[in-house]
Design a protein around this ligand. Structure first.
Ligand SMILES: *Cc1c(COP(=O)(O)O)cnc(C)c1O
Length: 429
């Protein structure tokens, strides 16, 4: 396994930046997510530099659902990021983090009238996903005496090599307006009184380890951009979504970096737009590639069991990291207190949840593991805590941020009191 450059092994212990993961586990308790702020900045700057090498007219909208902690949003806001937001909660957190309303795009295929009203009130552009939503938005904006700028989410009908649950641009996906209806959608938007179409949006899926699908999506977008320009739409932005994957199988996966992504996508977009004689800003919406590798989940070993396999029973399960159970995802695991010991034994790392599928890592060669060891689950910064639950009535674990020598809680651990906080006693009990 090749550890990413912000991690390493020293004196037998795993390090995240300047911090000994074993000491972090002792100080904050396990389980705990620890995020390296410097790595997020580095990832963001690298992504931005890769894009701006081709054109300065680009904007990065961080996909807030990947990791919605306010501190993470603040880190990215200070770097100049906007956000792809999918809910009222994400809108509010992104604004609280200091992001500008004009740097947000309200996405989603099922927005409520309240969501639409919030977008209008906060002056946030909406990526409209259906004719029904367009008409509702026109009414909602009209009621508020406002005008709202929109894009449509285009379904480019592309096959994309990733897990089917995270392929979002298939012709059969729930997202976006089919290419065959997109011109009618823009025509109808042009005729609306309180809606102004100014953008175009797509997002083809997530954890994509090949840049070609992005280029093909960009081709579709440029072609549709030409068609909507011809019917009188003045495009201010073209948003090609996120989805660039990361090498979860460290040492095996070959993941294109943002440079390879930009080198393939940007020429398609820039040359295409130049031919059309238009120059909208180019927006991208990376999530995982900005925050995925920034975080380790440190989990303590409760017990080891030899059955038909050797099980390592740890204190984090799919309540905290659902990706392996939900997407068959692979995460590297490292025994943090024996980080440079040779692997000698095959183990399956399982969580404390009452489900057979509560497996974090199956059939991994590890050093000898025993009670009290600390296992680090790598690359848990995206879709880790943000997809966590209180299943089995387990209060969620804390999140810690480190930056240089500094470290601090960015979310405290939940307590049993927190589990009860929203429950109401029934009047007849
Ligand atoms: C989830 C999502 C993203 C980010 O995807 P990543 O794979 O994390 O880069 C971007 N845009 C939209 C609309 C999304 O739903």
């Amino acid at each position: 396994m090749n550890l990413p450059s912000h991690m390493g092994a020293r004196g037998g212990h795993l390090y995240l930046g300047a911090h000994d993961c074993v000491s972090l586990a002792a100080e904050f308790g396990t389980p705990v997510f620890v995020t390296d702020e410097d790595r997020i900045r580095e990832n963001f700057r690298r992504f931005r530099a890769a894009l701006t090498r081709h054109s300065p007219a680009v904007r990065i909208l961080y996909a807030a659902k990947a990791n919605g902690n306010l501190s993470v949003l603040q880190t990215l806001a200070r770097e100049g990021a906007g956000a792809d937001v999918f809910s009222a909660g994400e809108v509010n957190l992104a604004l609280l983090a200091g992001m500008q309303p004009e740097h947000l795009l309200f996405n989603g295929s099922s927005k409520s009238r309240a969501d639409l009203a919030l977008a209008v009130e906060k002056n946030i552009r909406v990526s409209v996903d259906s004719f029904d939503e367009l008409r509702q938005l026109d009414t909602v904006a009209g009621d508020a005496g406002a005008e709202v700028e929109i894009s449509f989410r285009v379904n480019p009908a592309l096959e994309v090599p990733t897990h089917p649950k995270i392929a979002t641009g298939l012709s059969t996906s729930k997202f976006g307006i089919p290419a065959g209806q997109i011109l009618d959608a823009y025509r109808e938007a042009l005729a609306c009184t309180h809606v102004r179409p100014v953008g175009m949006h797509c997002h083809i899926g997530s954890q994509i380890l090949d840049v070609e699908p992005f280029a093909r999506a960009a081709e579709v977008m440029v072609q549709v951009a030409g068609e909507v320009t011809d019917i009188g739409v003045d495009l201010a932005f073209l948003d090609i979504g996120g989805g660039l994957g990361i090498p979860y199988r460290r040492g095996e996966d070959v993941a294109p970096g943002p440079e390879a992504y930009a080198d393939v996508v940007m020429p398609v977009v820039l040359e295409g737009l130049a031919q059309l004689g238009i120059s909208p800003e180019l927006w991208v919406e990376p999530g995982r590639s900005l925050v995925g590798d920034s975080t380790v989940l440190l989990t303590g070993v409760n017990s080891v069991k030899s059955a038909h396999k050797r099980f390592v029973n740890v204190d984090a399960g799919f309540n905290l990291l659902v990706r392996p159970a939900m997407y068959d995802s692979y995460h590297e695991v490292v025994v943090a207190n024996r980080a440079d010991a040779p692997p000698v034994q095959e183990y399956t790392v399982t969580g404390p949840i009452c489900e057979t599928g509560d497996i974090l890592a199956a059939d991994r060669m590890l050093p000898v593991v025993e009670e009290g060891d600390v296992i680090a689950v790598l690359d848990t910064g995206a879709y880790g805590f943000s997809m966590s639950s209180q299943y089995n009535s387990r209060p969620r674990c804390p999140e810690v941020m480190v930056s240089g020598e500094r470290k601090a809680l960015m979310r405290r651990a939940e307590t049993v009191g927190d589990l009860l906080a929203t429950m109401e006693p029934l009047p007849w009990h």
